[in-house]
Design a protein around this ligand. Structure first.
Ligand code: UN1
Length: 503
């Protein structure tokens, strides 16, 4: 039998009310883990446990918390291959990418372990003599972190590592279909010396999670919500959190544009489009959505992209492939629905469409029982088409054309998302004009839309999020709250705004 995994609250496994089988999308009959799911009451109880543990954790000096983060990084590094293999097995991510994902946890730990010795506050001049002003960063309390399964370990670490370093406790609800990877990561974190209750992992279905979160927010045991997932669910998380006067850090979908200027290196652009459009089977939130190509190079670019795609390998994610299967049945079903959009009036220029099967193979590959799909390039997508406007979360790239850079920027912003974006050009002026005009939180120049490094601010605007940023020092503002202090040693009551010193 496969692994059995359970929620862990306060260092103890908790009883489950239902089970879920997390399967291998390359061989869906293979159960990777039987996951015990809990209910809303357990989620709320986990938040109470976390709130209690947090009080002690906040008293641990930040440099000591930094040392725990250092141990987490070392443990993850020492177990990187095993964790990456599990990610590959559970969500079908090609092994090299899975290893890169694990590497991203280590990078995040490397960055934040030193922050334990900084977490700077400030000294600020006062309007009045003999008075000192200071600022301090205080932990927020308990963070409820709800994450997707396409990056089952790296993206959660962007929340967990800084939240813990800043002196918060965490209740983490990972995606069920990536539960084994999450649980393995949780165990490494716990083994690094975190006191019980400071980090808790709860497996629960969406409705139970929402109900549990609502209860916990009402009880005052959650002070920050971190959410990575769809724009639709993110909106509900934001509403719920806002109703309780708490804030959420929302990392949502993307319809990421790549603008290809007339002076672009087209081979490089096609390589970038191949990687960000079809790598991870198009299931990154930073995946390429639409290539917006100058009309003078449109044909040459499409020809290169289609050629590059034809020689790319799709297959067993344990091997050296561009992409494996889709993450899970739920995503495959949704993607099939998206595929129906393109049937009536679009031009597929890449070959067959749909699931790779014996009757619909890709070269010599018939996909077996796996959730493998043909990668698709659709040319002639028009602004306003569903394929132009909506995130598909699958291996499909649309292509459209433009005449002027202003028009390209307008097209890039039209879907209303604003996560990642890219421009291929040899001209610095075009690159900067694009940067200025695009609504995305991240801009690549002569690089693909995906593959952000772990110490730059990561996040989006509009339908991609509420402007919060993860990663790097910017995330400290999510997991700490500023406290202002003034200390008057004049020996008299000095009144701000009224007793301002005159020259
Ligand atoms: C995501 O898909 O949720 O920039 C995150 C990238 C990765 C992270 C993607 N480092 O593509």
């Amino acid at each position: 039998m496969s692994r059995q995994i359970m929620s862990v609250v306060g260092g103890k496994e908790t009883a489950s009310t239902a089970t879920y089988d997390s399967t291998n999308p390359a061989r869906p009959a293979e159960v990777v883990a039987r996951v015990g799911l809990t209910d809303a009451a357990t989620f709320a109880a986990a938040c109470r446990t976390a709130a209690e543990a947090q009080r002690e954790w906040a008293k641990v000096p930040a440099p000591v918390r930094g040392r725990v983060i250092a141990s987490i990084g070392r443990l993850v590094e020492a177990n990187a291959e095993a964790l990456a293999r599990l990610v590959t097995e559970e969500i079908g991510k090609p092994y090299a990418e899975a290893l890169g994902e694990v590497r991203e946890i280590v990078d995040t730990c490397d960055f934040f372990l030193g922050e334990g010795r900084r977490l700077y506050g400030q000294t600020v001049p006062s309007e009045m003599p003999d008075k000192n002003l200071f600022t301090f960063r205080n932990p927020v309390g308990v963070a409820a972190v709800i994450t997707a399964g396409n990056f089952p370990v790296a993206v959660p670490s962007w929340y967990l590592v800084p939240a813990l370093l800043c002196g918060n406790a965490v209740v983490w609800k990972p995606a069920e279909y990536a539960a084994a990877s999450a649980h393995a990561m949780f165990q490494l974190f716990a083994a690094a010396g975190l006191p019980d209750g400071v980090l808790n992992v709860v497996f629960a279905e969406g409705a139970e999670t929402f109900a549990g979160l609502e209860r916990a927010l009402g009880e005052g045991t959650v002070h920050k919500v971190g959410f990575t997932g769809s724009s639709e669910v993110g909106r509900r998380v934001g509403e719920l959190t806002g109703r309780h006067l708490q804030s959420a850090c929302l990392e949502l979908g993307g319809k990421n544009p790549m603008v290809i200027m007339p002076d672009a290196d087209l081979d490089l652009a096609a390589e970038g489009a191949l990687f960000s459009g079809f790598g991870t089977a198009g299931q990154r939130c930073t995946s390429l959505g639409t290539a917006i190509v100058h009309e003078s190079v449109h044909e040459a670019f499409v020809e290169r992209l289609v050629r590059a795609l034809a020689s790319a390998t799709i297959g067993d994610p344990a091997g050296d492939v561009l992409a494996g299967p889709l993450l899970d049945r739920k995503f495959a079903d949704r993607y099939e629905e998206y595929l129906t959009w393109i049937q009536p009036h679009h031009t597929v220029v890449s070959g067959p469409v749909g699931r790779i099967t014996k009757d619909n193979p890709r070269g010599g590959f018939d996909g077996g029982e796996g959730l493998y799909y043909h990668p698709v390039v659709v040319d002639g997508v028009r602004p306003g088409d569903r394929l132009f406007m909506e995130e598909t979360f699958g291996p499909i790239v649309g292509v459209t054309t433009f005449r002027t850079l202003d028009e390209a920027v307008e097209l890039a912003n039209l879907p209303g998302y604003g996560l990642s974006s890219s421009i291929y050009t040899g001209d610095a002026r075009s690159a900067f004009r694009f940067r200025e005009g695009v609504s995305a939180g991240m801009v690549s120049v002569n690089n693909s839309t995906s593959g952000a490094e772990a110490h730059l601010p990561f996040g989006g605007n509009g339908r991609s999020g509420n402007g919060s940023r993860q990663s790097g020092m910017w995330v400290l503002d999510q997991f700490t709250r500023w406290q202002a202090m003034n200390w008057d040693h004049s020996g008299r009551l000095q009144k701000a705004q009224m007793d301002v010193a005159e020259i």
